[in-house]
Design a protein around this ligand. Structure first.
Ligand code: ZN
Length: 138
């Protein structure tokens, strides 16, 4: 998919998020954990949100999770016009942290979106540098 075809906002990596986006481009979902207290966390940051240690490391997730919550958006953001109505979902990763995402592969209706349903990550190549994690039923 070329950038002309991908019309949604493309993330602009920061020093803290650059590794996350690099791994997304390789179609792998990596998050961080604290070396001191072992807590995994997301979004990327320099310090553990639990104990404030700066001893943090990256690890690859299973790419699996469950549907924790969602809302259905009927007024699409720029680039999402062809997909409305669509769910803005919160995915509970198998490793513990939650992240937001969209759910592909099924019509995003309350009947189809069952809380705790198993999901797996899929990546959409937005341009030559960036792939966006999304989710589909596992
Ligand atoms: Zn910690």
């Amino acid at each position: 998919m070329t950038q002309q075809e991908y019309r949604k906002i493309i993330p602009d990596p920061t020093p803290e998020t650059a590794f996350f986006w690099k791994k997304c481009k390789e179609h792998e979902l990596w998050i961080q954990r604290c070396i001191e207290c072992s807590r995994p966390f997301f979004y990327p940051r320099l310090h553990c949100p639990e104990c404030r240690s700066d001893k943090v490391e990256w690890f690859q997730t299973s790419g699996l999770g469950t549907l924790y919550s969602y809302m259905i958006n009927y007024r699409p953001a720029p680039g999402f016009e062809d997909e409305a109505p669509y769910a803005i979902a919160i995915i509970q990763l198998e490793e513990g942290p939650r992240m937001m995402g969209n759910i592909h592969g099924i019509e995003n209706t309350p009947e189809n979106l069952v809380l705790d349903m198993p999901l797996k990550v899929v990546f959409v190549d937005a341009n030559d540098e960036t792939a966006i994690p999304n989710w589909e039923p596992a």
